[in-house]
Design a protein around this ligand. Sequence first.
Ligand code: ZN
Length: 243
Amino acid sequence: MTAALQILIGGAALCGGAATGAVYYATYAVRTQWLGPAVWRGRGDVSSVALTFDDGPSPDTERILDILEQCGVGATFFMVGRHVERHPETARRVVACGHDIGNHSYSHPIYLYRRARETYRQLARTQDVISDVTGVRPTWSRPPCGVRTRAYFDAARALGLCTVQWTVSGLDWKRRSPQSIAGRVIEHAAPGSIVLLHDGDSAGKRDRSRTVAALPLIVDGLTRRGLHVSSLTQLIHTPASEA
Ligand SMILES: [Zn+2]
């Protein structure tokens, strides 16, 4: 395996899986476009990065919202449908605070191991749950662990969902210190980077206190590097005048 390929699939290594070779690359590699279009970074002509949070909402989402508010920055939350049902008030607060939201499946399955019909149901059910709870129907989707299949792209297309992966992961799903999470993000971020963090746990078991503690360090460190935190919308949409 080449170093470049190792980097490409590295972000998805958390989920393991039995797939091998080309199938593994096509479905797990964060940046590959083999099976369908996926945004993995934004425009690089502005000194901005976007923060994204997966697997919530959870009780820790409330603390993350507090910090984002104190820092005066926006973020995007890719929500798990069943967690939205458990924490509807938090999901509504995310929207009320002006943050963007996306579809991160209903129960966080790896789509590679699901039939096409189940994949579609995961996406469609979550669209309905998020829409019913928050009043907003997502236009973005991030599949669990970034794993994409043909059936996933068929479903996303049918539901009008654009797929958003990431450029830099804080690896906060590992047991890392807040300083380690922040250090990794600050070191690897560049203009246009989409940063992956977690405000919840897919199984709803582990807390995200380390991510909460890392967040002020991340915003501060990015600012010191001359990088502004902007919304995903601003980062991936080219103004019409420049199109
Ligand atoms: Zn996830």
